[in-house]
Design a protein around this ligand. Structure first.
Ligand SMILES: Cc1ncc(COP(=O)(O)O)c(C=O)c1O
Length: 412
């Protein structure tokens, strides 16, 4: 893929971490699903903000404070525009987990009660399970799951059947599964959910970094994602919400910027989006995320998707040549995000990751914060290789070579 800077060295040269050597070896990073590496422009934007424009936001009248205000507002504008949202309905949080918790607390506590149901899916990350478990337990509601089929996909008919029961108040589901890679038919699902009078929350943590996302056409009531997987810094996440819902909701956390006025016994709330941003927000991190979405936009999200789709297809093909290796999730790269989770017969996934590391390749092993899904798949863990804008086919080759060498170590 071509770098936005036009440099001949390619995209990888924009990411300084790839200058590092580990025992003389290059870094082969196949763990972008956990967190992405950062381009120099993001590191520079954050450092420059701290070096030259640092002040708290929305409090000072002096010039420096106004620069900080402008930088924070500009970052929000960029982040909102990146996914086709309005700045006022784009709330900065700490991460995707906090964004989902915000909805579970502020919307959930007011709208879910005894006899109601919350519907999620078997492929969810813990961040999109546990807040609903806690809400349902507290409110006497029921938590139900849409099943994942043998291809690693959801059934729209099953969704319809659940909605027809008439008690579902909210459906929460991943745009892209962090284990199966499945890309869910979000627009189709949100249309059915809305028609049934329920509210939708989409966990876009794995989607926003790797494909064009247009919130208007997706139609979700709430959409959550996280900066650090999208080439941005840690410590900043995003919640987009439908304006009427956000306006009707009580605040999640209280204090600081979310306040309009405070009396001895009562307070009034600031307008959107500040009503949901208590305390000093992640200012420099938001600025860094603004630079990250600028960088991704310059690459072109369609190009990012095409690059990663091609790499994923290559990875699926190469992995299928490794004896005893089984990939979970949809078999075709067209239907999945940029990752492959797999098991290797005779070797525990943690040993697989360790063996890959011996070959200089970073992959992840474990339950990937999706323990219920692991149970459905009948495994305790998988290994997972996930690609980003900076990966090339040679990285996949190195993984396959390391896996083959690992099998020999185990006498397989
Ligand atoms: C699908 C999905 N949802 C939510 C999260 C949580 O993201 P964060 O830890 O940044 O809140 C992750 C992170 O792995 C994820 O993959």
């Amino acid at each position: 893929m071509e770098t936005p800077s036009g440099g001949r060295a390619g995209v990888r040269a924009d990411f300084p971490i790839f200058m590092r050597r580990f025992d003389g070896r290059e870094l082969i990073y196949l763990d972008s699903g956990a967190t992405s590496q950062k381009p120099q422009v993001v590191i520079d934007a954050q450092a420059e903000h701290l070096r030259s424009h640092n002040a708290n936001v929305h409090r000072g009248v002096y010039a420096l404070a106004q620069e900080a205000d402008a930088a924070y507002d500009e970052a929000r504008g960029k982040v909102a525009a990146f996914v086709g949202a309005a700045p006022e309905t784009t709330i900065f949080t700490k991460n995707a987990t906090e964004a989902i918790n915000l909805v579970a607390y502020s919307w959930g506590r007011a709208n879910v009660g005894a006899g109601d149901a919350v519907l999620i899916t078997q492929m969810e990350h813990h961040a999109n399970i546990v807040p609903w478990q806690v809400l349902c337990r507290e409110r006497g509601a029921t938590l139900r799951y849409l099943e994942v089929d043998e291809r690693g996909e959801l059934s729209l008919e099953a969704l319809d059947a659940e909605l027809a029961r008439g008690d579902v108040r909210l459906v929460a589901f991943a745009h892209v599964s962090n284990v199966l890679g499945t890309i869910n038919p979000v627009a189709e699902m949100t249309r059915r959910i809305r028609a049934a009078g329920a509210v939708s929350l989409v966990d876009g943590a794995q989607a926003v970094p790797q494909m064009p996302v247009d919130l208007d056409s997706l139609g979700a009531d709430f959409y959550a994602w996280t900066g650090h997987k999208a080439l941005g810094p840690t410590g900043v996440g995003v919640l987009h919400g439908r304006r009427e819902l956000l306006e009707a909701m009580e605040p999640f956390l209280t204090g600081g910027d979310m306040i309009a006025s405070v009396d001895f016994q009562t307070s009034t709330w600031n307008e959107l989006p500040y009503k949901f941003e208590a305390g000093t927000p992640p200012i420099a991190e938001a600025v860094g995320l603004g630079a990250a979405v600028d960088y991704l936009s310059a690459l072109g999200m369609q190009n990012v998707r095409e690059h990663e789709r091609r790499l994923t297809a290559y990875m699926l093909e190469r992995l299928s040549d490794v004896p005893g290796l089984r990939v979970v999730g949809p078999p075709e790269a067209e239907h999945r995000g940029a990752l492959a989770s797999f098991t290797l017969e005779g070797i525990h996934p943690h040993d697989v990751a360790e063996l890959a590391d011996r070959g200089g390749v970073c992959i992840r092993a474990g339950h990937h914060c999706a323990q219920p899904l692991m149970r459905c798949l009948g495994v305790s863990a998988t290994a997972r290789a996930s690609v980003g804008v900076y990966n090339e086919t040679s990285d996949v080759d190195a993984l396959v070579q390391a896996l083959r060498a690992g099998r020999e170590v185990f006498g397989l």
